[in-house]
Design a protein around this ligand. Sequence first.
Ligand SMILES: Nc1ncnc2c1ncn2[C@@H]1O[C@H](COP(=O)(O)OP(=O)(O)OP(=O)(O)O)[C@@H](O)[C@H]1O
Ligand SMILES: [Mg+2]
Length: 274
Amino acid sequence: MNVMAVGADSERRTDHPLIEFDHVGMIYQGARQSFVAVDDLAVAVPRGQFCCVVGPSGCGKSTLLNMVAGLLEPSRGTVRYDGAPVQGPNTRVGYVTQKDNLLPWRSVRRNVGLPLELRGVGKRERAERVDQMLDLVGLAGFGDAYPRELSGGMRKRVTLARTLVYEPEVILADEPFGALDSQLRTVLQDQLVRIWERTRATVVFITHDLGEAVALGDRVVVMSSRPSRVVLDRTIDIPRPRDVFSVRFDPRFAALHEELWAALSPEIEGRGRA
Ligand SMILES: Nc1ncnc2c1ncn2[C@@H]1O[C@H](COP(=O)(O)OP(=O)(O)OP(=O)(O)O)[C@@H](O)[C@H]1O
Ligand SMILES: [Mg+2]
């Protein structure tokens, strides 16, 4: 497999979107039949944007992230990263996958430190950054625990810490806060927004929570049920810096939430489209 060049010395071009789905389709071949998961999707994410994606379960959201990460090839069309088609694992993106993939034989600290280890960051700096990150995701004191000793929500937070710790230029996050209670979720949303406002990474963030999408995103893309396409692409014009605790009281928040719900609700299974 080809591994894409790591960005450090590649020239930074800004005349194209950082991530581009150019008329992408995905057809999965089942045992007896094939079915179209994604149909002719055209979405471009500019550098530095916080782009949220919502859509009904099974519409192909994880499929799209897997394509950007280079783990899956589209059946039709092209996925471009920084102007070039994605071919093979894309080492420029940090990926918080839907299902955590922590290494069971490594402690929490050594899981989170792994990307720094791979990048040759020295032991002392590594320890400092890992501890800072564990603190930030509310897991200080769990550094020596093993993944099997953690709850689902804790494992998810370790996965998030492992991605944020090395500040990748792109963060792909697949429902990173899905398994958390609403208080912890708000705290982590706040941390993520602060990190993002400092680093201005490009983020593609999948969530089922419309409130979360409006609070965090510069933009929300609403996808239809399968075969999926974009039903609404909405700029979130709530100014930054944002405070995720109080943004919900902004009058624009309620209006945007309502508009997104109107687009999404007919797509949800059981609500039946006319
Ligand atoms: N490897 C695969 N082989 C066959 N079908 C697949 C495969 N991966 C996904 N699918 C199907 O493709 C569709 C899209 O899957 P995907 O995981 O991208 O959905 P999703 O939008 O992320 O859903 P959820 O919100 O539940 O996570 C689903 O109907 C799923 O059953
Ligand atoms: Mg998914």
